[in-house]
Design a protein around this ligand. Structure first.
Ligand code: B12
Length: 358
């Protein structure tokens, strides 16, 4: 990561609370009918939204990506419009935020942030979204089986029926699907679909939690049917950044490395950077697989990579990165200093093998 951009990013985060309050004050001054339109919690709600935008702007500044911020703004608008919040108000809020940032930030900082904010207010072309691989597998022979199973699995989840959900997926083993197929064509698209429904306010957080817990239970039950290749002597450590609570994508990735014959040290979600480095020193893996589940974790991912690179004991560890933000912003993994990037778990194993063979 560029040092100046990174510093600007931290400054934006540190002033975010104050800027969010001033932005909402200004927004309400220009639109006195806000309390009436958005109800008793209007102020807290808009401060929450503005804060979220500022934190995302900070991440986009750190990795110097207007596309990242524009995608996030568009993504937020989709969700807010589904909840009755108008595009006009969201744009007005963004304009007020811009005004405050321009007034309050030192020019050395604002020159990193304002062009990124401005690009989102104009018609910046948006690249692919991060809604996940919902159509994975649609083109092959098992297409109709896969579609049917995803639908039945989601229905069982929405009915809170864990036993039915588990047996729907586990029975596909007898119908010829492999574990990687089940991960990529059933569980992964089902999780993405749950995310989309939650984003649009169609299901509750509880439904999403139930679905994710069920997916993890299914994955554990698939382990006895793993057909592992002979051990190849390679070792991968799988981790995510501090504060990242998503673990399903990373778990899929490391499971497929295991099937390919690799030894796996899976750290799961939310691992402190110092502890990752200490483990790398102790285990000396061939590969570090770093999962970044949302754009809000990008700067920490960059910090983790920089810390690994700065420690001469582990600096040479090959570093593979992946997760939803890399689907929508080309070249982002290079900006963070990784050696390679993959968008799915099957691709992760291919790229991982390539990285350690050179
Ligand atoms: C389940 C879920 C959660 C659960 C996670 C539970 C768990 N035990 O894992 C919980 C409730 C904790 C959660 C919280 C949040 N979430 Co969430 N979550 C999801 C959801 C619905 C599914 C994630 C998932 O399991 N996907 C399935 C896996 C298989 O897909 P994947 O992660 O993309 O992984 C694949 C690839 O990316 C790749 N990959 C992944 N890791 C790696 C690593 C390497 C090395 C490689 C090579 C490849 C690779 O391979 C995987 C397999 O193909 C997604 C929606 C979605 N579209 O994915 C939102 C989503 C990721 N969450 C989102 C958000 C915003 C949040 C919150 C900020 C919400 C909030 N306001 O609190 C918090 C953040 C909490 C935190 N600090 O981390 C957003 C991110 C948006 C963005 N622009 O960045 C999403 C996209 C939902 C949305 N509607 O906007 N979430």
């Amino acid at each position: 990561m560029d040092t100046t951009a990174k510093q600007a990013s931290y400054v934006i985060d540190s002033v975010a609370k104050a800027v969010a309050n001033w932005t909402v004050d200004e927004h309400a001054r220009l639109n006195p009918q806000m309390p009436e339109r958005y109800g008793a919690s209007w102020r807290a709600d808009w401060i929450g939204h503005t804060l979220a935008q500022l934190h995302m702007l900070a991440q986009a500044v750190a990795v110097r990506s207007p596309v990242l911020f524009a995608n996030s703004v568009r993504w937020t608008h989709e969700s807010f419009e589904a909840r009755g919040i108008t595009e006009a108000d969201l744009k007005q809020n963004a304009r007020c935020m811009r005004e405050i940032l321009e007034k309050e930030l030192p020019p050395a900082i604002s020159q990193n942030a304002l062009p990124i904010l401005d690009a989102s207010l104009t018609s910046l072309p948006v690249q692919a979204t991060d809604t996940g691989n919902q159509n994975a597998g649609a083109q092959d022979a098992g297409e109709s089986l896969v579609k049917e199973v995803v639908l039945k699995y989601l229905t069982a989840i929405l009915e809170s029926d864990r036993v039915a959900a588990e047996s729907i997926v586990l029975s596909t083993l007898d119908r010829g699907l492999s574990v990687p197929d089940i991960y990529e064509k059933i569980l992964s698209p089902a999780q993405s679909r749950l995310g989309q429904m939650w984003h649009r306010g169609e299901i509750s957080v509880a439904d999403e939690h139930f679905g994710s817990a069920t997916t993890q239970a299914v994955m554990s039950q698939l382990r006895p049917s793993f057909k592992r290749a002979d051990r190849n002597g390679r070792l991968v450590v799988g981790t995510s950044t501090p504060g990242d609570l998503h673990e399903i994508g990373l778990q899929m990735v490391v499971d497929l490395f295991e099937l390919d014959g690799w030894g796996v040290v899976y750290l799961g979600a939310n691992t402190p950077i110092a502890d990752v480095v200490e483990l790398l020193k102790r285990r000396k893996p061939d590969l570090l697989a770093l999962s970044v589940s949302t754009a809000l974790m990008l700067r920490d991912a960059g910090e983790l990579i920089e810390t690994v690179r700065a420690d001469h004991d582990v600096a040479q560890t090959k570093l593979l990165i992946g997760g939803p933000p890399f689907r929508s912003v080309e070249g982002l993994w290079r900006e963070l200093g990784a050696d390679g990037c993959a968008l799915t778990s099957t691709e992760a194993v291919k790229v991982g093998n390539m990285l350690v063979s050179v």
